[in-house]
Design a binder for this molecule. Structure first.
Ligand code: FES
Length: 105
């Protein structure tokens, strides 16, 4: 079972357990973190914006064009580490994935 190593918007760290096939947004939302996920994971709202720990970026599948286009419109976009949580489906090898919540838009 993969777990996420998450830093919330207050700088507090927590570990969240997840199931393979869950996406990151679902895990954060279900843990009660302030992820709006207005579009429910359809890649149109960007309210699930997170920053992936740089060490983890190359281990994840690259974002698709639509995700990048949406992220580039975010005020707090960081080209090297920004991702939409709803577009990252967790695999067994993502155990320990480290990320930080982006500021609210
Ligand atoms: S939940 Fe809307 S883009 Fe991820």
């Amino acid at each position: 079972m993969p777990y996420l190593d998450v830093i919330d918007r207050n700088g507090e760290s927590r570990q969240l357990s997840a199931r393979e096939g869950d996406n990151v947004m679902e895990v954060l939302r279900d843990a009660g973190l302030p992820i709006e996920a207005v579009c429910g994971g359809c890649c149109v709202c960007a309210t699930c914006h997170v920053y992936i720990d740089p060490a983890w970026v190359p281990r994840l599948a690259s974002p698709k064009r639509g995700e990048v286009a949406l992220l580039e419109g975010c005020r707090h976009y960081e080209s090297a580490t920004s991702r939409l949580g709803c577009q990252i489906s967790l695999r067994a090898e993502d155990d320990g994935l480290a990320l930080r919540l982006a500021p609210e838009e």
